[in-house]
Structure formats: C-alpha cells, structure tokens
Design a protein around this ligand. Structure first.
Ligand code: FHN
Length: 598
C-alpha cells in the first residue's frame, strides 16, 4: 500500500468556528475519509466510472448568493447559516421556489455528453429542505413550493434511461431547519438538542424514502457526520443497507463505515492511493448557485484535473449548481460538453484505469491498464522527445490514442524515449499509449524527480522530500471566500539548524539552471536565513514575508530565486535545504522550481 505522507495535525484544525460557535468539528470529522476496509461487492462500476456529476440544488439556489440586498460569496448553499436567517423566514423562500425550467432529460443528457458515468444530487442539504416528495415533513418541494412536483423521480428515470448511476446526497446530521438537527445555533440551543430524536424522526425515515422510491441508487452520499457514536452509526447503516444492499455509502457517513473514500472538498492526494476513492470539486467557487460566481474552471483545467485524479487512482465528481429556475449555468453546460468531446477520443485512457506507474514527469501524468501505460502529456518537450524514465517493461508498441498512429521510440538503458509527432500544442492533454509486457515496478515515491531543459520549468513538489529532524510534510487547507477549500502540500516545521529536507533529482541535460523556492512565510518567520546546497555549492537566502497561515484566507506563495548554477554533466543530484538558525519555522515550502537558462 502506498503511504501518503500527510500529517494528521492538519485535520485537528477546528473548522467552521465562525459558523457554529457552540459546535466545532474537526476537518477529520467533517471529511471522514476512512472506510470499512472491506471491499463492497458492487464497487467495480464505481472504480471504473472515473467521472461523475455532483449537483447542489435547493432553496439556496433561488437566493443565488443574495439575502436582503447583501451579496454572499463562497459556498452559496451556506447562505442560511452565513446570514443567520431564522427558520421562520427561510421557510418563506420555499413559496418562491418554482423551477419551471427544470428538465431531467437535459440534465442527464449533459452528464452523458460530458462523459460522466454517475450523478449525485442533493436530496437534502444542511438547510433541511427536501428536494423530493417526502411524507416525513411538509418542508419539501411537493408540499411547500408552487412547483408541487418531485423532480427526483424524473431525474432518476432520465439517468436510468442512459445507464448513468444515480445517487442522492443527504446531509444526515446538519439540518438547520430542525430544533434537534445539527448546527443551527441561531434559532436553537445546541446544548438542548436531542440528535437521536432528529435521526429517528427525520433522517432515517427520509433516507428510507430515498432508498425505496427512486429505483436502484448507485450511491448514498452522506456529508458532515456528527451526533452519533460508531455503534449508532453502524446501526444506522444496518437499517439502511437492507433496503438497497448494492448501494455504495460514501465515507462521510463517518466512523470509518463508508464503502469508498472521499477526500476533502477540492482535494487530490499528492500520490497514488489504492482502493476506491473520489475527489470532489465544484465547477466554480460555490457548490450551490450564486449569480455572481463566474470563476468557472475551463475545459483545459477540468481535463487536466480529471487526468490528474485518475493518475492517482481516483474518480472526479465535479459539481454544477443549477439556479432556482432549474437552469444549469451556461458555462457549465458549455465547458462540460467540451470536456466530453475530449473524452470521446481519449476516454480509454481514463475509464477503467488504475493509477499510473510512471511517476509524475515535467510533461504530465500517467494512468494504467494491464499491459498499457497511458501518457497524458500536458506540456510537450521542446525537442519533441518524450522521456519515460526507468521503465522496466518490454515495450512492444507506442501510439497516439486519438488516431492510433504508431510512433518511433527507442530504449536507452532503462529509459524509453518516444518521438512525438507534430500536433496542436494547445490541446489540454495529448495522450500516447505505451504497450508493454513483463512486470513493472509499482509506483515509487523514492525515484529521483526528472528535471530537463526541454521544459521551461520543472517543479519538484514538497511530497518528494526526505525530512530530517523536526521537518514535516503537511497538507494545508485554506479558503478564499467561504468554504471554498483549497489544499497545498508543504514542508513545514523546520525550526532548527539541525533540521533539513532533501530532494533527489535526475538532471537530464548539463547546462545553466536557476532554482527558485515557492513558499509561504508568516511575518514572524520572515527575515530568517537558510541555505540550499546543490551541485557542490551552498546558496544562502533570507526568507521573504508573505502572510500568516489562516484557513479562512488565501495562502499566498512567493517564488524566490535562490540559485543560479552550471551543471557540467547530467545525472543524479541532491538538493538540501535547511535553516541556519534555531527558533522559528523557516517557511512553508510548496515546491522547488528548476528552470533552464536559455
Ligand atoms: O458543508 C458542505 C458543503 O456545503 C458542500 O456540500 C460540500 C460538498 O462536498 N460538503 C460540505 C463541506 O465539506
């Protein structure tokens, strides 16, 4: 099993302190990614699917990021909590919710056109409103809105017709509408809540409705667990499992009882992970619709993200936020269709693959099928020669995936060098296939990182460091607006002159290079001295101030050039970085950027 070097201390950061003063939850609890460890017998479709559509749709979609003339940013589905809207007032939003443009076939067709193999939609988010016809409450789309219909029936049918696995998101603990539900502290006293009553009277009966009335569900996607012990959660699972044994439960059911892992929001692990798992991203900054959120990921970004997630062995579930009328935002439709066009030609390199066995290269990433490595080239080498280093398999054939054109290649020692044909370099991901026989080594974090003058820059990421002394590798979580989480894997806690970090690189060509450190540095850490040893030289530097690390603010990184050096020959080199004095953390180092000087 590949070991992901990530400090759990990250997850002890208290989250959402600003939104739930009486109840605080750790990232670890909110984003439980642990699973039963027992393979669910119906997991294979999920492992093969690789790309799914997430949909956040609720009353917050109607509010679209605005309440009483004030604009809200970040996670639009949190507007009730952000604006502390009393339940009685929020209830009134339901009477204005009339999604007359909702068209189940159009939504399912978009998922199909985008190349998505599953869809998960919010049946009930934290606001507590049921987007399905529920007999458990009147606070549901059939009883409380002028729309009066159950859109989930039509959506389940539209997906089934297209062979798309359908599932429901259900916020099992947070329910801001209910006196006994989790986390509404502005209407209800958290200390007086009886969570078990809420589970008994709302969550469980509603989940039973969902698991009974909508045909086979591929997934029940739980979120932000709370208020239950492991035994209670196990009993909850047992009660639901019987209704649809084939349905997969996401790891955010809590207490390690999920069938597959979900990482944090917008998080891709930095190295491959075995087993079934999912990265969840939203198309812009918010999960629920916000009219002023136009930060849509381009098709290029989506394609590279999908390839990157697949190269680590996971699925990407990408969220869209339809508006209150039932329209999926124009750019989501357009950019997802463009992604689908790429997948039509290159789907073989994504669907049904497992993580790549070739470590990340300056040109891109890889994915695997038996006897095949798919090379996802994001950045073409200047000389058109693609290096696959240290490949021990017996290569039989290399071709470009889209037109099956055979390519020339040669093996020099263990390196395979492929002659790339000319192609339009603006393509987000050009895929080449290397067919081979024989056994090749599993992904190995310890191989030296390739650095070549065929690329304008080569990034040596923190995850590849060997740490000494107090130095640690941590995944740092932060946000820009509100709940729009970002993650950066960094080297932290180098506080003593005896601490150090070491990186092994394999330099492919002799020549002049510059090395820059990409780091974040708090005001109290700024001005400290450090050194970088490389190529038999020692380069000194003094850290430059960026800002404090605060999970509720951007984490800016500076690119600080430290060294200019001439490598007289190619080969393996070690980069060593250390503080010169004792005391404070030197910086939070994200990567070393090595650039050839032309
Ligand atoms: O609080 C929710 C958030 O609104 C959104 O639904 C995301 C999607 O993964 N889950 C929770 C936070 O992690």
């Amino acid at each position: 099993m590949i070991f992901i070097k990530r400090s759990l201390t990250l997850f002890t950061i208290l989250v959402l302190a600003s939104t739930a003063s009486a109840y605080s939850q750790t990232m670890d609890e909110m984003w439980d990614s642990s699973t039963t460890g027992k393979e669910h017998p119906d997991l294979q479709w999920f492992k093969d699917a690789k790309f799914g559509m997430f949909i956040h749709w609720g009353l917050y979609s109607k509010l679209s990021g605005e309440w009483k003339g004030k604009n809200y940013y970040g996670s639009g589905e949190w507007i009730m909590n952000q604006a502390k809207i009393p339940v009685a007032e929020y209830n009134k939003v339901a009477s204005t919710f009339n999604p007359v443009n909702f068209n189940a076939d159009q939504w399912a067709q978009l998922a199909e056109d985008a190349g998505m193999k599953y869809m998960v939609i919010t049946a009930k988010h934290h606001e507590g409103f049921s987007m399905f016809g529920s007999k458990v409450t009147d606070f549901d789309i059939v009883d409380a809105t002028p729309y009066k219909k159950d859109p989930m029936k039509a959506l389940a049918a539209a997906n089934a017709k297209r062979g798309i696995h359908f599932g429901f998101y259900y916020s099992q603990f947070q329910d801001w509408h209910e006196p006994n539900g989790g986390r509404n502290t502005w209407d209800f006293d958290e200390s007086k809540k009886d969570y078990q009553k809420y589970y008994r009277e709302k969550a469980i009966p509603q989940l039973k409705e969902l698991l009974t009335n909508y045909g086979p569900l591929g997934i029940v996607w739980f979120d932000t667990p709370g208020g239950m012990t492991k035994e209670q959660t196990q009993a909850f699972v047992n009660e639901l499992r019987g209704l649809q044994p084939k349905s997969l439960f996401s790891s955010r059911i809590g207490h390690g009882l999920g069938d597959y892992k979900d990482f944090g929001d917008s998080e891709v692990p930095p190295v491959p992970i075995k087993g079934a798992w999912e990265s969840i991203y939203t198309h812009n900054d918010s999960w629920g619709y916000i009219k002023h959120d136009m930060n849509f990921k381009t098709p290029e970004t989506i394609i590279q993200l999908l390839a990157n997630v697949a190269s680590k062995g996971g699925n990407l579930m990408l969220n869209v936020g339809p508006d209150g009328l039932g329209n999926i935002p124009e750019y989501s439709v357009k950019f997802l269709k463009q992604t689908g066009k790429w997948l039509q030609k290159n789907g073989e390199s994504i669907y049904g693959t497992t993580y790549g066995l070739i470590p990340e290269q300056p040109w891109g990433v890889s994915t695997s099928k038996p006897g095949k490595q798919f090379l996802h080239v994001f950045c073409r080498p200047h000389n058109g020669k693609l290096l696959v280093p240290d490949f021990l398999g017996k290569v039989s054939k290399v071709y470009s995936l889209s037109d099956k054109q055979n390519l020339k290649w040669e093996k020099s020692r263990n390196d395979v060098v492929i002659d790339l044909p000319p192609y339009d370099e603006t393509i987000a991901d050009k895929v080449f296939v290397m067919e081979y026989s024989g056994k090749i080594a599993d992904y190995n974090l310890d191989v030296p990182i390739t650095v070549s003058d065929e690329f304008n820059e080569n990034r040596v990421e923190a995850i590849y460091a060997k740490t000494r002394g107090n130095a640690e590798i941590k995944s740092l979580t932060y946000s820009h607006y509100y709940g729009d989480w970002k993650h950066a894997t960094c080297l932290t806690n180098m506080t003593d002159s005896t601490d150090k970090i070491l990186f092994n690189i394999r330099l492919m060509e002799a020549g002049d290079y510059q090395l820059a450190l990409e780091y974040s540095c708090s005001p109290e850490s700024a001005g400290q001295e450090g050194s970088m040893k490389i190529n038999g030289e020692v380069f000194l530097f003094r850290t430059l101030r960026t800002s404090y690390y605060d999970k509720k603010a951007p984490l800016p990184f500076i690119r600080h050039t430290i060294a200019t050096t001439t490598f007289s020959k190619p080969g393996n080199y070690t980069i060593e970085i250390k503080p010169l004095q004792n005391g404070k953390e030197l910086f939070k180092l994200k990567s070393i950027i090595v650039s050839p000087v032309e």
